[in-house]
Design a binder for this molecule. Structure first.
Ligand code: GLU
Length: 478
């Protein structure tokens, strides 16, 4: 049987470099074995999934050059490849589990579940569903349902014994059943949870190897049980280590930019970023660290991945990217890359109009728009302080913006405008007084082209980085 791997991202935010790493491993393993690499969008979290995020994920993976054989955009024989388009499958399989007695309807209210949780905390017991609705007689359940009582469908989990799951990187992992929660499989609105949809799809899509982040290890026993209940063969499993900061803490955007598209915007070459991620899993041959994708495919063996936590070391990425720029491109290719990066029609088409009404000579464009071609910008603390806000207020304003920008479901001028207004409101400041230091932090100057449009065009990651830098500058200043 041909090897089939998949990347199954949830479109709930900016595509993360950790997703790129997982995608690369799945790609390498599939191609190394002459198999297929599939992209499936797991958008069953309706509150958090957005089409904007889905588009960004596809764009980021395309930019990296990790082409998938089947997916939401290219189709394939096992489609659809977006879970929100597959709801009827999940209903059918949930019904099958219910009919066989492997799952049950749970009518417990949120209040009851809260009370159970509280009691468990007091008794220092592990949190989890207490099995209350398992004891309902079928007539009682039918009555509740007929009365329109909302319910979820839960997985029936044995309370005794244990299960052993094989992991390609970690060997056997044993889970005691009593530590495994009776997972919700279908929510009260009829939508499946990740667990049900993921198992059903991996099976229907013929996935042979599931290689995913280690944060999913605790899901493995639930999935193993589902495969057993359905009578399906479980794919081989490998839980990949999470990328880490150099201090070994989990890579998070609080410390380091984590968005794939940030690295694109910063001017890293996709092949350098892939090579960099590949070095975390494929040892270099005779010390030569430059490897293109086919070379990595040829050398990839999952056992080489160290579970210790590969370090996302930006200086190393810089070094590698520099080598690619100098050694791998001739002058013409380099020129093309520069054009593709930010001197392309699309980007210029977005930024030039912002300057049109503000200049008298085209040569003024350079200084005015330079911040669109930069990573960080120089922030002069005197400029930050030149307005009406004191240091504590500046810090509060930037910190709030960092948090609120993060939480915005959509990234557009209206959303940015609303956020800045809300912050001004909370702080009791005029919008005008708040906007000024934002100009300095984002564009490097107290005045520039329209701020909100600039923020939208620069993108969340660069904006985050610049706000963080402004906070750093303020923190250092006396
Ligand atoms: N949708 C999950 C995620 O966002 C997929 C986990 C898996 O690969 O099973 O990471």
């Amino acid at each position: 049987m041909s090897v089939r791997t998949r990347l199954a991202p949830s479109p709930t935010g900016d595509p993360h470099v950790g997703t790129a790493f997982v995608a690369l491993i799945n790609y390498l393993f599939a191609k190394r074995n002459g198999g297929q690499f599939i992209l499936r969008i797991e958008d069953t979290d309706r509150a958090r999934s957005t089409p904007e995020s889905e588009r960004a994920i596809l764009e980021a993976l395309q930019w990296l050059g990790l082409h998938w054989d089947e997916g939401p955009d290219v189709g394939g024989p096992h489609g659809p490849y977006r879970q929100s388009d597959r709801l009827s499958f999940y209903t059918r399989y949930a019904d099958e589990l219910l009919a066989a007695g492997h799952a049950f309807k749970c009518f417990c209210t949120a209040d009851r579940l809260d009370a159970v949780r509280m009691e468990q905390r007091q008794l220092r017991q592990p949190p989890g569903y207490d099995g209350h609705c398992l004891t309902l007689r079928s007539t009682e359940a039918a009555e509740l349902e007929a009365a329109g009582t909302p319910y979820v469908v839960r997985l029936k989990v044995p309370r005794e014994g244990s299960v052993a799951v094989q992991d390609l990187l970690r060997g056997e992992i044993v889970f005691e059943w009593r530590t495994v929660d009776m997972q919700v499989l279908v929510k009260s609105d009829g939508w499946p949870t990740y667990h049900l949809a993921n198992v059903v799809d991996d099976h229907l899509m013929g996935i042979t190897h599931v290689m995913r982040g280690e944060e999913w290890i605790s899901s493995a026993p639930k999935h193993a049980l589902l495969y057993q209940y359905f009578g399906w063969k479980m794919p081989a499993l490998a839980h990949l280590p999470l990328l880490r900061n150099p201090d070994k803490s989990k890579l998070s955007k609080r410390k380091n930019p984590t968005g794939i598209l940030f690295y694109q915007r910063m001017g890293y070459l996709p092949e350098a970023l892939l090579n960099f991620l590949g070095l975390l899993a494929v040892p270099p041959l005779e010390g030569e660290e430059i490897m293109d994708l086919p070379t990595m495919v040829g050398r990839f063996v999952p056992e080489h991945i160290s579970v210790g936590g590969p370090v996302f070391d930006v200086p190393k990425l810089d070094w590698l990217n520099g080598r690619y720029l100098r050694e791998k491109l001739d002058a013409a290719q380099f020129g093309e890359r520069v054009r593709d990066w930010a001197l392309n029609k699309e980007y210029l088409g977005k930024i030039a109009p912002l300057a049109q009404s503000r200049i008298e000579r085209l040569s003024a464009l350079g200084p005015l728009l330079a911040f669109f071609f930069a990573g960080r910008v120089d922030v002069d603390v005197a400029q930050l302080r030149a307005g009406k806000l004191d240091d504590a207020e500046l810090k509060a304003g930037f910190t709030q913006a960092l948090e609120r920008f993060e939480a915005l479901p959509e990234w557009n001028v209206a959303a940015i405008d609303g956020t800045i207004r809300a912050i001004a409101d909370v702080m009791g400041k005029k919008v005008r007084d708040l906007v000024r230091p934002f100009y300095v932090a984002i564009t490097g100057r107290a005045q520039s082209v329209p701020l909100y449009d600039s923020i939208v065009i620069l993108g969340r990651d660069i904006v985050r980085e610049r706000l963080r830098y402004a906070l750093e500058v303020l923190g250092r200043a006396k």
